[in-house]
Design a protein around this ligand. Structure first.
Ligand code: NAG
Ligand code: NAG
Length: 397
């Protein structure tokens, strides 16, 4: 009896082992070095990467691509779908992928994922080598716009985990016309004075989540643009940079109707130009909405404009005939926001005359001015709402 039982167990385990090894061997995986990529930082890996992608994308089973340790040069690549499976993975732990430092290329994006459904990217450092272009721009030369480092466009179910983007020429990440995109444990680093190097730019996208990001850059840490909905941002360290911004919106007529349902929670800003911001152009004709936006549990360390709603944006006062925004802002709450402002006005709610902000909430705000923690001030114009809990500087709502 016991013998029979043992035999049964043994057979069962043998079958288990067989089954797992068999299924493991059935997961197609492609190592880019097998396609000719060389970790010498010089040989262009575009062809090997695209060859591996083509194999993985045409596989009917979830497939993996390995970019091993080492430095790989990549001129430019576009990975497009649709693919035959929705469980692709790219493993790039220990790998550094570098762009060309020659900014003369005509590409708008260095690395693009287009029409892809179901892709996870783990690890990897992507160095856009933007410094020469920034220098050109800062010298006021006639310079090209430059390339965004990584664009995800017309895609869904995308995860980026533990990915680092360095020294982008332009934006580091651009999420465009995509849904269900998760960015987890992301590192972004560029000089504080580098022009237009936004960290994460999100536009016409929904169900986007950023969870864990350390962003040091020369422009917005995260910018939410027209057509964004259901966005969750949490555990972000921002600075240097221009803060987390909804907008600017309304320079041109909106295609996506505005921005809805955004939560920004557990964020620290250090030495940034703005903390949490909503910004629209002062153009009457370009209508739309910004609604259901929550900013919660935020720490400000020497931030120039910690809380700012600015609907009167019109650089050089050009092209904004009526100086009033057609965008309606409502249902925005600021809750548990503490720390220091680098300017006297710590809370600025400057809304549209024709479309006053409504349902604006201030709850538990404690912001002081300067290192000596002097009293700060609030400024309100064309805004309706209410405050609750402790609110310092005193609310002007
Ligand atoms: C990929 O190939 C390289 C070079 O042969 C090797 O060093 C590396 O371990 C391989 N990685 C994987 C995950 O197979
Ligand atoms: C708001 O967005 C979150 C995801 O970020 C989602 O879970 C929630 O259902 C959305 N709320 C509404 C009212 O659509």
């Amino acid at each position: 009896m016991a013998k029979k039982l043992i035999m049964r167990f043994v057979t069962f385990f043998l079958l288990m082992i067989l089954a797992t090894t068999k299924s493991a061997s059935l997961i197609p995986s492609y190592n880019i070095t097998d396609f000719g990529a060389k970790p010498d930082g010089l040989t262009d890996s575009a062809k090997p990467l695209l060859a591996a992608w083509s194999k993985a994308c045409s596989s009917t089973k979830p497939a993996s691509i390995f970019i091993p340790s080492g430095t790989f040069f990549l001129s430019h690549a576009e990975f497009s779908g649709p693919c035959k499976n929705i469980g692709m993975r790219i493993f790039a732990y220990g790998a550094t992928v570098v762009a060309s430092s020659d900014y003369g290329s005509a590409f708008a994006t260095w690395i693009t994922f287009r029409q892809v459904e179901g892709l996870s990217i783990y690890g990897g450092k992507f160095d856009g080598r933007g410094k020469p272009l920034w220098a050109c721009k800062m010298a006021g030369g006639n310079c090209p716009t430059g390339a965004t480092s990584i664009t995800i466009i017309d895609s869904k179910q995308i995860l980026l985990s533990g990915v680092t983007s360095l020294n982008s020429q332009l934006f580091h990440f651009n999420i465009y016309r995509s849904t269900a995109v998760t960015l987890r444990s992301i590192t972004i680093s560029a000089a504080g004075d580098s022009p237009n190097t936004d960290g994460i730019h999100i536009q016409l996208s929904s169900a986007v989540s950023v969870s864990g990001a350390d962003i040091r850059t020369g422009d917005d840490c995260i910018s939410l643009k027209d057509g964004d909905a259901d966005v969750d941002i949490e555990h972000v360290e921002c600075g240097p940079g221009h803060g987390i911004s909804v907008g600017s919106l309304g320079r041109d007529p909106l295609q996506g109707g505005g921005v809805r349902n955004v939560t920004v929670r557990s964020v620290t800003f250090t030495g940034t130009q703005n903390g949490v911001r909503i910004k629209t152009w002062a153009k009457e004709n370009n209508g739309g909405v910004v609604k259901e936006v929550r900013f919660e549990d935020v720490v400000m360390n020497g931030v120039s404009n910690p809380i700012i709603v600015d609907q009167n944006y019109c650089p050089e006062k050009k092209g904004c005939p009526k100086q009033s925004s057609g965008i309606k802002i409502s249902g925005v709450s600021f809750k548990n926001i503490m720390g220091t402002s680098a300017t006297k006005i710590a809370v600025k709610l400057d809304c549209s005359e024709s479309n006053p902000c409504s349902e604006i909430g201030l709850d538990n705000i404690d912001l002081t001015y300067g290192e000596k923690k002097m009293a700060a001030q609030s400024f309100c114009r064309n805004v309706n709402g209410r405050s609750s809990g402790l609110v310092i500087p005193p609310s002007c709502l």
